[in-house]
Design a protein around this ligand. Sequence first.
Ligand code: CA
Length: 256
Amino acid sequence: MSTVLIVEDEQHLADGLRFNLEAEGYQAEVAGDGETALELLTAHPGRYHAVVLDVMLPGIDGFAVASELRKSGQFVPVLILTAMGRAEDVLRGFEAGADDYLPKPFELAILLARLRGLLRRRRWLLDGQTSNGLPVTEDPADRITRGDRLTLEDQFHFDGKTIDFAALQIRAGERIIPLTLMEANLLRHLVQHSGRNVSRKSLLEEVWGLHEDTDTRAIDNFIVRLRRYIEAEPSQPKHLLTVRGIGYRFVAEPEK
Ligand code: CA
């Protein structure tokens, strides 16, 4: 049985959610504020299979909870509930390490579907890690030409590093860097368009599904973070290049 932690300060909402999750066969617990949620999550790693996290909370907000959680090395799937459906807030949630979000008010059926998606993904990852290992790519160049068909199972190798889209991590020698779902999606999109300029606007649309007029610079923070993961000198990027006035370009093998 999957256990879900609901972080919500409005009692009636929390009760309603718990009731509905239990009716769906989940075990559900409620934390009324961010500090309590963090205590529970860090004291019992592995106990919760997913977190439904409200943003507006007394004390620290949901963004802070998500980023603290990631900082402590916990990658339990997090679904953020935000009354602020603005694109900037959505991006901020993903930046904090959320895996998915729903604007409030939401329909229960949609919440349940998203939650199932996150849990399925988590189970699938755990299974993948305990089996004989995931399929390894034959030829990275081949992968790129396959474009859209680059799927979650795939790994991408470049410059002595492996981006493992299935395990949500980058491996570089002994170093393993965990990725959030959004970081992995962003990287995948850039890798799929390897060698080509990708505009900020198209990243927002295709990676985040955001079509509104958004401050596209919000993406830059993600890029800074990805550079820390993959660049030897993040301030002098060789792979994840800025294309002035346009956006970015990923280059697997920079010319020497
Ligand atoms: Ca609230």
